[in-house]
Design a protein around this ligand. Structure first.
Ligand code: BYC
Length: 329
């Protein structure tokens, strides 16, 4: 099914006849389900694609701390505050595993961070939206982390070993994140009329951006066909998006909330929900840097990096001193 879908995509893949011997042998290993490791030979384009995707993913985890960081000081109870803090710290950890996975491909963390801080590198569109109420913490955990899990479970089986292994732990932690989000939504939906309205408002604002997280439609996705051939992508953007809708609509019904899509309906023949048109103009606008919070996110990130310079210098000084003492001994 996936092969048929990517044929309509924009990228062209090389057939084995077009490949040099080493590339053909590499593709045969991928086709046989062999994991590629850091020291194995790999085509330059495979390395570049992985650096692109893994670093975008790492940046998303790091920038993804900011919208939730906004609510740490205003969490409604001590318990909610400690759960939220733990979740945000997990996201920092995910960023670090992912930067390490990218480094195995021969790129330095400093280069990756410089690309993020200069605004050249992408991170997920979803983190350019504001968090206006406490219910947004629920909606992010439920919808955003929920979508992240759907996208990332298949990545645990992707062809590049260091990325796949990093994803196993990330997915376990993401499932705790999604559950804490749903728990917030459940408490609000069962609360006062004002609390339920707050939950509904958060669902209204986060629903469509969450569907956009999966990337452009298969017909528009430039990288999909090649990434599928290399088994970096095991499912297409549209397939995973459909999975998210099918999984999430019944959860919204259980909460007694309404998904903000008048065209949403269950098709009993296919067993899937059909949903309305995504506003791709909004998606592309966010990618161009014009979403509601793009500038603020980047500014906050750069400021945090600059203000942390003394700490990084102290770590390096300590490491140098330690190394010098060892040498003398
Ligand atoms: N936002 O050819 P396509 C998380 C770009 S969750 C921004 O389909 P690809 C978290 C794409 O990069 C979020 N850009 O690309 C959750 C490409 O541009 P370039 C992070 C996007 O790579 C909760 C262009 O559009 N997850 O971390 O085959 C709390 C064409 O797209 C987006 C990951 O990164 C987007 N939503 O497929 C905290 C998962 N979508 O690079 C943190 C790993 C597309 O050619 N990544 N673009 O200039 C992936 O699975 C894939 O990269 C994607 C896109 C499915 C996202």
């Amino acid at each position: 099914m996936y092969a048929q879908q990517v044929e309509t995509g924009l990228s062209t893949v090389r057939t084995t006849a077009d490949m040099a011997d080493d590339e053909r042998a590499f593709q045969a290993r991928i086709d046989a389900g062999v994991r590629i490791e850091a020291k194995d030979w790999m085509p330059d384009a495979y390395r570049k694609t992985l650096i692109r995707q893994i670093s975008q993913h790492a940046h998303s985890e790091i920038v993804g701390q900011l919208p939730e960081g906004n609510w740490v000081t205003r969490a409604p109870t001590l318990k909610r505050k400690s759960i939220l803090l733990a979740k945000i710290q997990d996201e920092a950890g995910h960023g670090l595993y992912l930067y390490s996975a990218a480094e195995t491909l021969g790129v330095s963390r400093d280069e990756l961070l410089a690309a993020l801080h200069s605004g050249k590198a992408k991170y997920s569109s979803i983190f350019n939206y504001p968090t206006l109420s406490w219910a947004d913490m629920g909606a992010i955990g439920w919808l955003v982390d929920g979508s992240a899990i759907i996208n990332q479970i298949p990545l645990c089986r992707c062809s590049y070993g260091p990325y796949a292994r990093a994803m196993v732990r990330v997915c376990k932690e993401e499932s705790f994140h999604a559950r804490q989000g749903y728990d917030i939504m459940l408490a609000l939906a069962r609360g006062t009329a004002e609390q339920k309205a707050m939950a509904q408002d958060a669902l209204n604002r986060w629903w469509w951006p969450s569907l956009m997280m999966f990337g452009p439609s298969d017909a528009e996705s430039v990288n999909s066909a090649q990434s599928a051939q290399w088994r970096i992508k095991l499912f297409s953007n549209d397939e995973l998006r459909q999975r998210m809708v099918d999984q999430t609509v019944p959860q919204a019904e259980f909460l007694g909330l309404t998904v903000p899509d008048p065209d949403l309906r269950f098709n009993a023949e296919t067993g899937h929900y059909e949903f309305g048109a995504i506003d791709w103009a909004e998606f592309h606008n966010v990618l161009k840097g014009n979403g509601p919070c793009n500038r603020e996110r980047l500014r906050t990130r750069v400021q945090a990096w600059e203000e942390g310079a003394w700490f990084r210098e102290a770590l390096v000084a300590h490491a140098d001193k330690h190394a010098a003492v060892k040498e003398v001994a």
